[in-house]
Design a protein around this ligand. Structure first.
Ligand SMILES: [Zn+2]
Length: 142
């Protein structure tokens, strides 16, 4: 997919993986990638590796955005309502918020359903497409 990332550093469009951090001290994952002290209160490490996170996870919660959301969700203009899912990533157990691909409504979502991370267009402007990660139900992809 052609375009540039709407927000740098959160996502790798080549591998369609979210980029998180893994603490070198205790192995705790974080998304967005952490800097400063580890989020684990028993760990004093401030050294993190940037790692690609699981491309699959399950829906933990979801809602619809019927209002203009805050950055990095720069929405289309005019604003088109869409669904947002909180997806718990398979391997890391992290809950990540993301927009759900167009054509999937809240009625199509349910807690526990399997989702995958895909690259999609967040919005387009004079310079071209701005890309972001979105979640797509795995069964829709088949
Ligand atoms: Zn740590």
């Amino acid at each position: 997919m052609d375009g540039v990332q709407a927000v740098e550093g959160f996502f790798d469009p080549e591998t369609q993986s979210l980029i998180g951090s893994k603490c070198q001290g205790c192995g705790t994952y974080a998304f967005p990638a952490k800097s400063g002290l580890c989020g684990n209160p028993r760990c004093m490490s401030d050294q993190f590796d940037l790692v690609p996170l699981s491309r699959r996870g399950t829906v933990w919660s979801y809602t619809s955005a019927s209002y203009q959301p805050p950055p990095p969700y720069v929405a289309a203009d005019p604003f088109v309502p869409f669904s947002i899912a909180a997806v718990e990533l398979e391997a890391e157990g992290l809950v990540v918020l993301g927009q759900v691909v167009a054509g999937v409504a809240n009625a199509d979502l349910k807690v526990g359903m399997e989702m995958e991370v895909v690259t999609d267009v967040l919005y387009s402007d004079d310079e071209g497409n701005k890309l972001v990660w979105k979640f797509r139900p795995v069964e829709v992809a088949k």
